[in-house]
Design a protein around this ligand. Structure first.
Ligand code: GDG
Length: 473
């Protein structure tokens, strides 16, 4: 626990990661969890995440023991069943998630949810405070903990604190649908560094802060709020490209029943979420079939969409919409040997998934809003550079800011989207190779290790600012 008077050192110190999920057993290969594990192995420290709901919330953190390599400690904070409802399914996933994905119409504010959000953030803050060393750097992840840093500052914690938000940042008009919008600037300013996925998210955050009478933009590009300086920057997340490419090459392709061995395969891989634009994607594929398809070609579109957050109403609605849409398109086009849309709701093993990416002629990554979208990067990493597939990518995925050599589409423009599917399926090999080579270079260069390193380097450089306690006096 810092004593408040100790100067903030320039060294990196230990790392304390807070995220909704913490691996309880082995660390899964690839993905964000893998990246955070890598970062923690380098620095040592601890990782705190949510426990299974139903635990004793009067106690502190549950010790999960060290990670399998013994480099860092793992802890779980308890959640009651009521907090799982109010904090996780409620405020986090029925208020913040839709709002930050530009869907204020789906925001479902239930009485008491925010109180649970405050209670959980406060409890995590207390538990963290009791374990901190003066040089520890705290790295908070995502919208489940927007007010955690603010709580820590109120408790006198002066350690460096960074937040990385994995999802988009709302524009000022959408943000107004948040009942607690007036608190947002103070929450954000409690960090030394706020990391976002894209330039447009940075602009949206700065726009919100510009309207806050207490926040000032300084000449050096930093911001100042009530004596504390902080910065808002872009850190586009990447993947473990080398690892994913190896898995894709070695992975065993699941047995697929396609009309012929060489029939074109289009692939979509998304958590079942309204932000991923699945209904619009099914509709665009239906339009492609009706208006562009060469009668000799029988393409199959395989959509893998494991169910997530099934307890939230908006997620049940999308499931029904999708089943109806797939049913009517298949009804119109299927033949004895061909079902154009295959829709799989179960989780697929990573090895098999990687092999499917490699086999797919086209990837459809067309969210309506998405912080980054790792599937776009995984697809590129998985391709055979000599005979790569084509990535169709929505302008609304954060990845579109970097991956400009993909076929970029507007998922709301059904005719344009259908024409892009046709173009992708007909694209000459030379063009496929040229686009893929450029995309691949970026995916391998700006990988997940680079993302974690640049964020932590920036956080370590954050200048000391006046502690809250001194300002209050
Ligand atoms: C959030 C932001 C941001 C999916 N189905 C299966 C499976 N997956 C894997 C994919 C990919 C991951 O899940 C999904 O990552 P995304 O980036 O697409 O999306 P979110 O889960 O919404 O993640 C997002 C991300 O955070 C990181 O900052 O990019 O914008 O919303 O890795 O491969 N994996 C396996 N089986 C499946 O069935 N094995």
């Amino acid at each position: 626990m810092p004593d408040g008077s100790s100067p903030r050192g320039r060294s990196r110190g230990r790392l304390v990661v807070v995220s909704n999920r913490v691996p309880k057993g082995d660390v899964p290969a690839g993905g964000l969890i893998y990246a955070l594990d890598e970062a923690l192995r380098g620095t040592g420290g601890s990782w705190i995440g949510a426990d299974e709901p139903g635990g004793d919330t009067s106690g502190g953190l549950r010790d999960l023991g060290p990670d399998p390599t013994g480099a860092y400690q793992r802890f779980a904070f308890p959640l009651s069943h009521a907090e799982q409802e109010g904090y996780y399914l409620g405020y986090s996933n029925s208020v913040l998630w839709p709002l930050f994905h530009h869907r204020p119409d789906l925001v479902a504010v239930s009485e008491g949810d925010f109180d649970h959000y405050v209670a959980v953030n406060r409890r995590v803050a207390r538990a963290l405070r009791d374990r901190l060393e003066p040089d520890d750097m705290i790295w908070i992840h995502d919208y489940h903990f927007l007010m955690l840093a603010h709580e820590l500052r109120q408790m006198g914690v002066e350690n460096r604190i960074g937040l990385f938000l994995h999802i988009p940042f709302p524009g000022p008009t959408d943000a107004m649908a948040l009942p607690q919008v007036a608190m947002l600037p103070a929450w954000l300013a409690a960090h030394d560094l706020l990391g976002l996925q894209t330039e447009r998210d940075v602009i949206a955050a700065l726009e919100l802060l510009r309207h806050d009478p207490h926040t000032e933009l300084l000449n050096n590009g930093m911001l100042s709020r009530q004596g504390r300086t902080f910065s808002v920057r872009r850190f586009p997340i990447g993947i473990d490209a080398e690892g994913f490419a190896r898995t894709a090459e070695a992975g065993v392709l699941p047995r697929l029943t396609l009309p012929t061995r060489d029939s074109p395969l289009l692939l979509g891989v998304d958590r079942l979420d309204y932000s991923k634009g699945l209904v619009k994607r099914f509709d665009a594929f239906g339009t492609y079939l009706a208006e562009h398809r060469d009668p000799d070609v029988k393409p199959t579109y395989l959509q893998i969409a494991p169910v997530s957050r099934g307890d939230v109403v908006a997620y049940q609605d999308i499931r029904e919409d999708l089943e109806r849409t797939a049913g009517s398109i298949n009804g119109a086009h299927s033949t004895l040997d061909w079902t154009p849309i295959r829709y799989v709701r179960s989780h697929v093993d990573r090895d098999r998934l990687a092999a499917l990416y490699r086999r797919a002629d086209v990837a459809l990554v067309t969210p309506l809003a998405d912080g980054m979208n790792l599937v776009a990067k995984e697809y590129v990493a998985a391709q055979d550079p000599d005979d790569p597939g084509v990535l169709i990518l929505s302008h609304f995925a954060g990845a579109a800011e970097q991956m400009t050599e993909a076929l970029l589409v507007n998922p709301y423009d059904e005719a344009g989207f259908a024409a892009a599917i046709d173009r992708a399926l007909r694209m000459p090999a030379a063009e496929r190779r040229a686009r893929h080579a450029a995309l691949r270079e970026g995916v391998f260069r700006d990988d997940v290790g680079h993302w974690a390193e640049t964020f932590l380097d920036r956080l370590a450089e954050a200048p000391a600012s006046l502690p809250l306690r001194m300002r209050a006096g």
